[in-house]
Design a protein around this ligand. Structure first.
Ligand code: SAM
Ligand code: SF4
Ligand code: F3S
Length: 470
């Protein structure tokens, strides 16, 4: 992996724009509007990338459709974080052979994090002959060139070199939601947690310039977006690679000072870099959601060291205690890995006791999945699968009990929600802390902030009634 960041120049972008023009002309010559379908796996970073892919496809003249059937181009944006995610992709890419048989001119592209692994690229090239091409995350901005070559050269094109991580400003996004928007503030990761494939497939950390982020956020607010999530694998490292000394808390504060009715959140925070300054800033500005996703991964210090996480249980708990002191209504969620190589029954008990102690609002729980090329994949792993599954079930049962108890604690309280859609004949909304609420009301309320009195709950959601004004 080449560690140097490159900023893509206007000249390089103009080259891609020329390919967009050529593709539009190609389809104009054929007398119809081409269709494109993008399917996304993985995290919010990939969702944000897919919005950019749709933006590029629209620039090339494609209509964005919701099914692969009959689409002229199908883009599968993949995730490599766990084996299960990859297996699903292989199955679904394999099944596209039938769709393509019904529409032989269809071009199938595979991109995303899986294409950052050489062995996956080889498997796609050799065993999935109906796939026409692909690109890894470093080459997303060159999609016009890739498509243009596919249409004219009539041979497969793969852009999968392990390039320097880059920053490309100005790619338009076709966003999936009219109220909520992802804003990538940085790309890549420098942390090399011993189990994780992300740094290998997405390259080193690189931050966008503050002014570029602020310009994007201002435009989103002006266009009616109300719920903005700043994205990065470790947002607390934001700015470390920039010359102007700005850090993540400074960026958050500047955004929170912008005019408009909106709420701002962020993910993910690495506990080792979460600072008191960050929590002070969150507490100070009403527009910053009191929501914190702070993955702990394991409650055992021994396992945290083997994971290369650079914090221990005590430090983690101290940071959280500070955050909760500043924001007593803070909604806290986390990621946990069960069955890391060498995790003993005692280590797992430490994880359970940490969950009991913190009482998270929600947990994202994963069974360890060895990723080729990471240090953890080579570690001794004597614990049988059945034992890992049993531990996983105990953890989920514990968290379900806590989630339900926490939800019950909301009954009788008033919360503010952004109304974001419907579920059957109920409206849905999220609290500033990210809790899902269901309630009766008119669809005209979608897009507004409303106060609700909570009347009931389930493990996963709150039920409420709109508070009548005056
Ligand atoms: N950057 C974030 C962080 O540091 O917390 C999250 C990155 S990762 C996309 C999301 C979660 O997937 C991680 O927090 C971890 O719990 C889980 N994960 C990553 N690699 C894994 C693996 N090999 N097996 C199981 N879970 C994994
Ligand atoms: Fe993976 Fe760790 Fe980076 Fe998160 S911080 S993306 S878990 S290496
Ligand atoms: Fe995200 Fe999966 Fe890549 S979790 S960063 S899409 S490996």
């Amino acid at each position: 992996m080449n560690p140097k960041t490159s900023v893509i120049t206007e000249a390089q972008k103009n080259e891609q724009r020329a390919y967009c023009d050529a593709i539009r002309a190609y389809w104009l010559g054929r007398g119809r509007t081409p269709k494109a379908y993008v399917d996304t796996y993985g995290c919010q970073q990939n969702e944000a990338d897919s919005e950019r892919i749709r933006g590029i496809l629209r620039l090339c003249g494609y209509e964005i459709v919701e099914s692969e059937e009959g689409a002229d181009v199908v883009v599968i944006n993949t995730c490599a974080v766990r084996e299960h995610a990859q297996t699903r992709v292989y199955g679904n890419v394999g099944a596209l052979v039938h769709t393509k048989n019904r529409h032989p001119e269809q071009k199938i592209l595979v991109c995303g994090c899986m294409m950052g692994q050489t062995h996956v690229v080889e498997r796609i090239k050799n065993s999935y002959r109906h796939v026409d091409g692909g690109f890894n995350p470093h080459h997303l901005w060159q999609l016009p060139q890739l498509l243009g070559r596919l249409l004219t050269e009539k041979k497969r094109v793969f852009l999968t070199d392990d390039e320097a991580g880059n920053i490309v400003e100005g790619i338009p996004s076709v966003r999936q939601n009219a109220l909520k928007a992802w804003v990538s503030i940085m790309y890549g990761c420098n942390n090399f947690c011993s189990y994780c494939i992300v740094p290998y497939v997405r390259g080193r950390e690189r931050s966008r310039k503050k002014d570029d982020i602020l310009a994007e956020v201002r435009a989103l607010i002006a266009n009616g977006y109300r719920d903005l999530t700043l994205l990065g694998q470790n947002v607390n490292s934001y700015g470390k690679d920039l010359p102007d000394g700005v850090d993540f808390a400074d960026l958050l504060a500047e955004i929170a000072e912008l005019d408009g009715d909106f709420v701002i959140r962020f993910m993910t925070s690495h506990p080792k870099d979460a600072s008191e300054k960050l929590f002070d800033t969150m507490a100070k500005y009403p527009k910053i959601a009191h929501q914190l996703h702070l993955p702990f991964q394991s409650g055992s210090d021994r396992i945290l060291t083997a994971m290369n996480r650079h914090y221990n249980r005590e430090q983690y708990l101290q940071k959280l205690a500070y955050a909760r002191e500043k924001m007593p209504d803070l909604v806290v969620t986390s990621d946990v890995i069960v069955g890391f190589p060498g995790e003993t029954a005692a280590d797992f008990e430490d994880t359970l006791s940490l969950v009991e102690q913190v009482r998270y609002d929600a947990l994202f729980t994963f069974i360890f999945s060895p990723r080729e090329g990471t240090p953890a994949a080579k570690m001794e792993d004597p614990t049988p699968k059945e034992e890992k599954n049993a531990r996983f079930d105990r953890l989920v049962a514990l968290q379900n009990r806590i989630s339900e108890e926490k939800h019950r604690g909301y009954i009788g309280k008033t919360v503010r929600v952004l109304v974001d859609g419907t579920d059957g004949d109920m409206l849905t909304g999220r609290t500033d802390g990210g809790r899902l609420c269901r309630f009766a009301g008119s669809q005209d309320c979608i897009g507004q902030f409303l106060n609700l009195t909570i009347t009931d709950c389930t493990t996963w959601s709150l039920v409420g009634e709109i508070v009548k004004e005056g």
